[in-house]
Design a protein around this ligand. Sequence first.
Ligand code: NDP
Length: 539
Amino acid sequence: MASVEQHVEQEILQAGDRVAEASETIEAEVPVQAPTQAPPTGEIPVENPATGETVRTVPDLGADAVAEMAARGRRAQPEWAAYGFDGRARVLLRAQKWLMDNSQRVADTIVSETGKTYEDANLAEIGYAGNAFGFWAKNGPEYLADESVKSSQILVKGKKLIQRYRPLGLIGVIGPWNYPLTNSFGDCIPALMAGNSVILKPSEITPLTSLLMAEGLRECGLPENVLQIATGRGETGAALIEHVDMIMFTGSTKTGRKVAEAAARRLIPASLELGGKDPMIVLSDADLERAANFATYFSMQNAGQTCISIERVYVEEPVYDEFVAKVSAKVRALRVGNPDGGFGTVEVGAITFPPQLDTIKDHVADAVQKGARVIAGGQQVPGVGRFYEPTVLVDVDHTMKCMTEETFGPTLPIMKVADADEAVRLANDSPYGLGASVFSRDAARGEAIARRLEAGAANVNDAMINYTVLELPMGGAKTSGIGSRHGAGGIRKYCSQQAIVVTARMAMKKELFMYPYKTRTSRLLAGAFKLMYGRGKRD
Ligand code: NDP
């Protein structure tokens, strides 16, 4: 009998064949456009965090350059909207194929500017974007289709009622450094599918993937200036908000507040995907081997620099020692270092953002100073590049930063709790509410606990998987964000809603309620309301 692995492999191969067949039907009808260069006002060096070398420099665009980009983007948008769903989907599906054809180049670029492993670049970035191109091309038209509405309101009987979505115009996307493809570029895909033009401001730390993707989309026939990349620092992002019709921001809660304030001043919508401090709860009836593997992988994956990393674990007392032993053995076995040898080189790559290393060191030192024990790792890796050892902390509590503030590094603090209620109380004792996990062999009990967690997403016997399900909304509770990506709301947010009422049939010269007011007619209407709405009870 075939093993589960063989079955999955077979599925992947079959899916590959289907995709190959489908891509052959995509014809190159739209002409390829030449890239546009905005004038640089300075240069930003992009560093490879694994080697310390400068990969290349990018322009640091000022407010004037952003204003010019916005004007170009606005001019380009009507033509792109006129492509219609089919035309836009065709470009996105070509881009999906382009991404797979250029996956090595894209992975090399991601790894060069983030220092993450090729596995992290492939699974959580290229895999995500490949799926997203197809998902929005296929589902965008359905999510944005005109909806015919029925109403119980008697005054509109016989009228045609429609709810429709139309592109807002020019969307600004501002992204973080931890996932240059998934979190910076990824949000451009539904915005484009909805018929908008987009200006993407990637993090100054990791702008190269966005520039490469824009090049790829131009090759796939995206009209000039429909997607522009505004390289620059925070000021460039602030300038962008002044020109767009909507801002999609992913980054820290601190910057998110500034973005929300700027958007409020302009009265434009803002969708904010912010920081997290995701808890994992391990109940005493959990499959401990699975729970330990998940805790290890999802705290260390991408060197812990994922908004929905497992950042803290609460374990019921009876299984605490066994869980800690399993996790610490697994974490100690991880290899950390320069990932440039390709797949299989190391499990844990570099710390991408220089100040993040200080935060990680500060959180570990603070915990140790307050009584925590380091049972794996606990030090910066000496030598070239920016690396931190995969670290496990025990004897931790909520007086420590490692349990209450976003660490964003390869650290895993594990805390013993008396029971599930204490675990839920501590999990919710956070200003953040992005993701959460519960492990229990009793799935119904796990789900009941998941429902009590103040998080935008909660996985039972799983972690992070919700992010890959593009049909589900992904967004934060509390200070982890406002709005969400994915699902119907993940594309409708790039549109304005319009209600259309068409009176075609039974159009009288004058409606009953119009002037002049007459006692009899007004009484008749008041009586009708009582008849319709006054038959309930007040018990
Ligand atoms: P930051 O908030 O520091 O930066 C995010 C982006 O905002 C960058 O492009 C930055 O530019 C830009 N920026 C900085 N200041 C301003 C400003 N005043 N106006 C507009 N834009 C500005 O976040 P990080 O890049 O450090 O990313 C890490 C954070 O992102 C973590 O908190 C993580 O949890 C969160 N995140 C959340 C996700 C989610 O889905 N909820 C997903 C991924 C990450 P520059 O870099 O050039 O300074």
